[in-house]
Design a protein around this ligand. Structure first.
Ligand code: LMR
Length: 317
């Protein structure tokens, strides 16, 4: 697992315990939340040089927690050592969005990180490595990674929209006073951004619900003065868990994946779709009816992703 712990920036006093998402994520993995209670794991953690000591502290804590499933920990600032032989790469490294910043503001810093990490993964990770990009702009970082690592199968590169999916479940559960596990088959379409389209049928106050889910990341930043970490880490576990182990029969989840042209989304764009997973492979759920309201929202988030793509390329040039 290559998971930079300070989210790619020099550590500030707030970061003294290591990057927020990485710090929340590693104990979940070591406890089996990602790959199940019978799968031993070796965790590789990557961070930048100024954070090396803090990273080593996290390694010490992982050892101190004596997790039965944890068979090894590598804490390194060497991207080659971090990527070497990994089967699953969770990319949380990136410059984080602060209160008042737009996602585009972090674009130029982050796409160059993803271009560099693409070649390290391509050369040193296991050939069937599954990649999940968490850091923003997540879809576009995943797109850059895919385009600069052409030997990694396209289906193996994904981005996180399970966080938005879980947020939508949480909102419905709160509003209708039902348990999250009784809510099924909602969809997040498109970008992990405020143009995402959380699609639920038959919900009262649909528009207000959509805005709440779209703005939830910003609301967390406003409240915590930091972006979401425990919910992001937990959703990253859910994403990999269902991808590797499979989605339960009769349900689907949302994943940012490379479009095959389904639902009129331009092929190759990393777009969030409803997917089912079986034997380590995701497939886009087909045949859903798209009404005019949905079409408009799906096209708006497509448009934003196309713009992000050209902005990303202009930053790289
Ligand atoms: C989130 O959704 O919590 C993160 O992507 C933070 C952000 O920048 O919106």
């Amino acid at each position: 697992i290559a998971s930079p712990l300070t989210d790619g920036r020099p550590p500030s006093p707030r970061d003294e315990e290591g990057g927020q998402i990485g710090y929340a994520l590693v104990p979940m993995i070591a406890r089996g939340a990602m790959l199940g209670p019978n799968q031993p794991v070796i965790i590789h953690m990557l961070d930048i040089e100024p954070a090396a000591e803090a990273l080593n502290g996290v390694k010490m804590e992982l050892i101190d927690a004596a997790f039965p499933l944890l068979k090894g920990v590598v804490a390194t600032t060497d991207v080659v050592e971090a990527c070497n032989g990994v089967n699953i790469a969770v990319m949380v490294g990136g410059f984080p969005r602060k209160e008042g910043m737009e996602r585009k503001d972090v674009m130029s810093r982050n796409v160059s990180i993803y271009k560099a990490q693409a070649s390290a993964l391509e050369q040193y990770a296991a050939s069937d490595c599954k990649v999940l990009v968490v850091a923003n702009p997540a879809n576009t970082n995943a797109l850059i990674l895919k385009e600069f690592a052409p030997s990694i199968p396209e289906k193996n590169i994904t981005c996180l929209t399970r966080l938005d999916h879980n947020r939508a479940l949480g909102q419905i559960s709160e509003r209708l006073n039902v348990h999250v596990s009784d809510v099924k088959n909602l969809i997040i379409w498109g970008n992990h951004s405020s143009t995402q389209y959380p699609d639920v049928i038959m919900l009262p106050l649909k528009t207000e619900f959509i805005t709440t889910v779209q703005q939830r990341g910003a609301a967390i930043i406003k409240a915590r003065k930091l972006s979401s970490a425990l919910s992001a880490a937990s959703s990253a576990c859910d994403h990999i868990h269902d991808w590797v182990i499979g989605t339960p029969k009769g349900t689907w989840v949302s994943m940012g994946v490379s479009s095959d042209g389904s639902y009129g989304i331009p092929p190759g764009l990393i777009y969030s779709f409803p997917v089912t997973c079986e034997k380590g492979e995701w497939s886009i759920v087909q045949g859903l009816k798209i009404d005019e309201f949905s079409r408009e929202k799906m096209d708006a988030t497509t448009k934003e992703l196309m713009e992000e793509k050209s902005l990303a390329y202009s930053c790289l040039n």
